[in-house]
Design a protein around this ligand. Structure first.
Ligand SMILES: NC(=O)C1=CN([C@@H]2O[C@H](COP(=O)(O)OP(=O)(O)OC[C@H]3O[C@@H](n4cnc5c(N)ncnc54)[C@H](O)[C@@H]3O)[C@@H](O)[C@H]2O)C=CC1
Ligand SMILES: CC(=O)C(=O)O
Ligand SMILES: [Mg+2]
Length: 371
């Protein structure tokens, strides 16, 4: 199969979808791999590393896209990339479509087969291609939030660990999944007072058992959210309803109850965000202030630590990439019931229910698309 790896063009996105190690695996199985010149640079991989692995380095972007059967990316295609997609091509990348109607329409119009990393499942009920980047983003959320608490960033001037004689800052994490647990761990390590809110009792049980009271667990209700707004120095939004738009859990009215200069870090922004006042930001300008509350809403947080993130992401994606290349997308998805829900758009139709629901579209069963 002819596989192309474009250089990412989203603002401050330095990850790459395939490492030289992955290229070597694909080439060894008889596939042809073209990598856009300098695509791996931000993650520490040179063009010559890819050439040594048997890949072709392509400087001509038009040629790269036109010759590809399978396109491997990290972030959702930007407008100029959507315009390049054709009906015969398969795209494998993060898509987060429920937050992006224009992108959804563009992918439908392209006719391409679009498989999302974030809706692939595993036997344990997890999201194995989202988890490594959720781990990164959760760990980053606290360092981004701690920086945002500094006065120069518009923050309240609270140091999370406090000092002897001065109480630590309070961090509330809404959603105790992969992002949430990793954020809580970092906040705990810094010495903050940490509370996790979740709707899943089973998940709260796991966290309670794992942290033995060092992290407080609270069942997420409107009352619990009100209290979190009043008391927290930092609230981290880490909820997910797979594939769907995030519920708005902190409203604009609630900002008035927060302490001035407190910080909202909305990691769930890639699914539209879980705070009413969130809007996507970039690493170039990560924060903005609404009603005295600092908002950090970067939609591609892991891109900033591209070396670690690329290695973590490609470890998880490679088995799926190999299956797509070896079998073709239809057979690969047919053979693996956890790969099948990755299919979001095919032949002009949405194949993921939560995405169709977000825009009032009709979805078709992915099983019918591969039949
Ligand atoms: N901004 C960025 O750069 C990145 C964003 N993310 C995003 O972070 C979000 C969280 O991802 P994961 O932790 O992997 O998901 P996850 O599925 O592991 O955890 C989500 C948790 O939210 C809980 N939840 C759902 N609805 C809730 C509600 N109304 N109230 C309280 N808890 C609720 C669930 O029970 C679950 O425990 C996703 O939107 C993901 O796409 C992930 C990586 C990078
Ligand atoms: C999950 C995601 O959107 C990211 O890693 O950028
Ligand atoms: Mg996006």
């Amino acid at each position: 199969m002819k596989i192309a790896v474009p250089k990412e063009i989203k603002n401050h996105e330095y990850r790459v979808a395939l490492t030289p190690t992955g290229a070597r695996e694909l080439v060894g199985r008889g596939h042809s791999v073209s990598v856009q010149a300098a695509a791996g640079e931000g993650a520490g991989f040179s063009d010559s590393d890819y050439e040594a692995a048997g890949a072709k380095v392509e400087a001509n972007v038009d040629a790269l896209w036109q010759s590809a059967e399978l396109i491997l990316k990290v972030k959702e295609p930007q407008a100029e990339e959507v315009a390049r997609l054709t009906a015969s091509q398969t795209l494998f990348t993060y898509l987060h479509l429920a937050a992006e109607e224009t992108l959804t329409q563009g992918l439908m119009a392209s006719g391409a087969t679009c498989i999302a990393y974030e809706t692939i499942t595993d036997a344990k009920g997890g999201l194995p291609l989202l988890a490594p980047m959720s781990t990164v983003a959760g760990r980053m959320a606290v360092q981004a939030g701690a920086h945002s608490l500094e006065k120069a960033q518009g923050g309240s001037g609270v140091l999370l660990p406090g000092v002897p004689g001065v109480a630590p800052g309070k961090v509330t994490v809404i959603g105790g999944g992969v992002v949430g647990e990793n954020a809580a761990r970092m906040a705990l390590g810094l010495g903050a007072e940490v509370t996790i809110l979740d709707k899943s009792i089973a998940r709260l049980e796991v966290l309670d058992d794992r942290y033995q009271g060092r992290i407080k667990t609270v069942y997420s209700t409107a009352d619990a959210l009100d209290q979190a707004a009043k008391e927290s120095d930092m609230i981290i939004g880490a909820v997910l309803i797979p594939g769907a738009a995030a519920p708005k859990l902190i409203t604009r009215a609630m900002l008035a109850d927060m302490k001035p200069g407190s910080v909202l870090v909305d990691v769930a922004i890639d699914q539209g965000g879980c705070f009413e006042t969130s809007k996507p930001t970039t690493h170039a300008e990560p924060t903005y202030i609404v009603d005295g509350i600092v908002h950090y809403c970067v939609a591609n947080m892991p891109g900033a630590v591209a070396r670690t993130s690329t290695l973590g992401l490609t470890n998880a994606t490679l088995p799926f990439v190999l299956a797509l290349a070896d079998k073709g997308w239809q057979q690969a998805l047919k053979d693996d019931p956890h790969f099948l829900p990755g299919l979001n758009v095919h032949n002009g139709q949405v194949t993921y229910q939560a995405v169709a629901d977000a825009f009032g579209l009709k979805s078709i069963d992915p099983a019918n698309a591969v039949a």
